[in-house]
Design a protein around this ligand. Structure first.
Ligand code: FAD
Ligand code: NAD
Length: 466
């Protein structure tokens, strides 16, 4: 039987990063993945394929809506070749997952393909094409999450679908009904909206992306409505039924009236659930909480002291970069180091266009905590850079402590916000004040000038270009 210092179960961004860091630290490491490709949800059916389709559909939209204004004439009709678009997405996925195979080999990590389940706290049975057993002094559970649904919805994977199927449709929906106006619903909704589908979002809460800053959610709602999304907030879905090629969704609106949506596809994007099926956690003495998450302490150690858990399967944001930080954290903890994760400064991004990005506290959270704050906000349309590319929607908003001027939250909607948020994370990690950021040179013309201007607005209400 092969014996390891560390076995990692699950090869998503949490698991494979943990394995690499363990190997870097000199530990003999194995990784176990039930699917034949490594990379987990993120690389196979999550972050990477969704961004590939967002990019392709964005090119198409530019071509049909904006090329003419840019002085680019394309003779003949511009058409979508969905089959090619999905094939390109798959080749991006294949290249990326292939990259993880390379990294495993480079770091001399043994890869086992099969479902890992605990025999006891130091032995794992792997059931794949053949059954193997390995011994591990330490194990890291990184088994991730799966789409969740509502109790009365039967996902048929054909017309009533989750994000996994939405990434490989064979036709463009005529009318896509999206249940849940969160990250997945809006990103994948926008892919098919751009390709020509009618898209109706049915959201339970009174606003889309309800966990983000309300100002951001309002701006995104405004922009998406301009893009002809049909937004139905404060709608409680009560039934989803398939009749032939039709899907009928019934919901109660705010007034309690029944509203019926009829479409040809329904994307259910109401969140994800931690995944521990087949893991046999109890055999190792690993406890789950009432939400099905693996219970961990501040060292991400489970109720079995040699077993750790990271990523979507534990509490906290279900984000690839959060899972990665936790992978490194646990590897360094096992190696006897004292790592640290600043959970308050994990950025969140929605990759619609305009993009949405945020880090730190929202206005609602500051109000609830009774913290006195000031707001500096700058509209993207006031930037030369935005006019050059015709990306006029959105703003950058900086929330700073009223007394100390320390930046407490940064929220933005706009072109390339996903990349710009890194500046806010660095500033906040170093506990910068709004004035600190306002006095730093930002290249001109760039979208980042909106951050400097918002910081000037927060410092002294002295933005220069409005
Ligand atoms: P996963 O990536 O879920 O990996 C877990 C792996 O464990 C899987 O491969 C699974 O097969 C394997 N596994 C499970 N049980 C066993 C077992 N018993 N034995 C062996 N293997 C097992 N996050 C972002 O930060 N940015 C984004 O842009 C983004 N976009 C997304 C888009 C979509 C459509 C979706 C669905 C998610 C997106 N996410 C995004 C979320 C992101 O994918 C997850 O937060 C991330 O993948 C979690 O990583 P993880 O390592 O915890 O688990
Ligand atoms: P989500 O939590 O982002 O959104 C779910 C939405 O569904 C919420 O707005 C919620 O209010 C709504 N909802 C819940 N129950 C409902 C009901 N009965 N009827 C109508 N609406 C209902 O979840 P998601 O969009 O499914 O994404 C799952 C996870 O994947 C998220 O936690 C996210 O972190 C991750 N993800 C991240 C990215 C990214 O970082 N860009 C992209 C995709 C997914």
């Amino acid at each position: 039987m092969n014996s390891y210092d560390v076995a990692v179960i699950g090869s998503g961004p949490g698991g494979y990063v943990a394995a690499i860091r363990c190997a870097q630290l000199g530990m003999k490491t194995a990784i176990i993945e039930k699917y034949s490709t490594l990379g987990g949800t993120c690389l196979n059916v999550g972050c990477i394929p969704s961004k590939a389709l967002l990019d392709s559909s964005h090119h198409y939209e530019d071509a049909i809506k904006h090329f003419e204004e840019h002085g680019i004439d394309i003779p003949g009709e511009i058409k979508v070749n969905l089959k090619q678009m999905i094939a390109r997405k798959q080749s991006v996925v294949d290249q990326t997952t292939g990259g993880i195979d390379f990294l495993m080999k480079k770091n001399k990590i043994d890869v086992y393909v099969g479902t890992g389940s605990f025999k006891d706290a130091t032995h794992i049975t792997i059931v794949g094409e053949e059954t193997t057993e390995i011994e591990a002094k330490n194990t890291i559970i990184a088994t991730g999450s799966k789409p969740s649904t509502l109790p009365f919805i039967e996902i048929d994977k054909e017309r009533i679908i989750t994000s996994t199927e939405a990434l490989k449709l064979t036709e463009i929906p005529k009318h896509l009904i999206v249940i849940g106006g969160g990250v997945i619903g809006l990103e994948l909704g926008q892919v098919y909206k751009r390709l020509g589908a009618e898209v109706s979002v049915v959201e339970y809460m009174d606003r889309i992306v309800p966990t983000m800053d309300a100002g951001v959610s309002k701006e995104l709602n405004k922009v998406l409505k301009k893009q002809k999304f049909k937004m139905n907030t404060s709608h409680k879905v009560k039934s989803v039924e398939r009749k032939g090629d039709e899907v009928i969704v019934k919901a109660d609106n705010k007034k309690g009236e029944e509203v019926t949506f009829t479409g040809d596809y329904c994307l259910v994007s109401v969140g994800r659930r931690p995944y521990t099926d087949g893991l046999n956690a109890e055999a190792a003495g690993v406890k789950l909480n009432e939400r099905g998450q693996v219970e961990v302490n501040e060292h991400l150690q489970t109720s079995a002291s040699n077993i750790y858990a990271i990523g979507d399967v534990i509490k906290g944001a279900m984000l690839a970069h959060k899972a990665e930080e936790e992978g490194v954290f646990v590897a360094e903890t096992i190696a006897g180091q004292k790592p640290h994760i600043d959970y308050k400064l994990i950025p969140g991004v929605v990759y619609t266009w305009p993009e949405v990005a945020a880090v730190g506290k929202t206005e609602e959270q500051l109000k609830e905590a009774g913290i006195d704050y000031k707001v500096g906000q700058f509209p993207m349309r006031a930037l030369g850079r935005s006019r050059a590319s015709m990306d006029l929607d959105g703003f950058v908003k900086i929330l700073a402590d009223k007394t100390t001027d320390e930046i407490l939250g940064v929220h933005m909607v706009g072109a390339r916000a996903a990349d710009m948020i890194a500046e806010a994370v660095v500033a906040m990690e170093y506990r910068a004040s709004a004035e600190d950021v306002s006095r730093m040179s930002h290249a001109h013309p760039t979208f980042t000038e909106a951050i400097k201007e918002a910081a000037l607005a927060a410092t002294d209400d002295r933005a220069l270009h409005v």
